[in-house]
Write a protein that binds this ligand. Structure first.
Ligand code: HEC
Length: 116
């Protein structure tokens, strides 16, 4: 009886270890389908867009780059999910081509529109 309990306890333990390894592995994956837009879009924007654009409503520090901030982009009447998706898919702007996938474009557009 006591031995059985030990065995049960042991398997619970190793299961816990296995799931924390899994969690750690998931955390190492690139922004993936597991994350939720617009939170995922915020993380992408911080990584890829913040060097040029102000990406927050209340930036800690602002650069006078003259580029539209994300809140300003969100505030434009012409900005829609479709217009953002189109802009982020095209390669003919002065912006670098990030080769964003559909998931990234979606997350970024959701994040920008969440600033409305
Ligand atoms: C190297 C600087 C640079 C980076 C990095 C950058 N942008 Fe831009 N962005 C620009 C410039 C310059 C413009 C002005 C439009 C143009 O000429 O292409 C612009 C314009 C835009 C617009 C259109 C604004 C409008 O008025 O409708 C959107 C949307 C946008 N950027 C989103 C993003 C997103 C999302 C990212 C990150 C994935 C990003 N940008 C990263 C330079 C940058």
């Amino acid at each position: 009886m006591r031995k059985n309990n030990l065995v049960t306890l042991h398997s619970v333990c190793s299961c816990g270890v296995a799931s924390s390894v899994l969690v750690a592995t998931l955390a190492l994956l690139p922004i993936s389908a597991f994350a939720q837009a617009p939170e995922a879009g915020r993380a992408l924007a911080e990584r890829w867009c913040a060097s040029c654009h102000i990406i927050d409503r209340a930036p800690a520090a602002a650069t006078a780059s003259g580029l539209p901030s994300f809140p300003a982009i969100a505030a434009k009447a012409t900005t829609t999910k479709q217009s953002l998706d189109l802009f982020l898919s095209s390669e003919h702007t002065r912006m670098p081509d990030f080769s964003l996938g559909r998931y990234e474009r979606n997350a970024l557009a959701d994040y920008i529109l969440s600033l409305r």
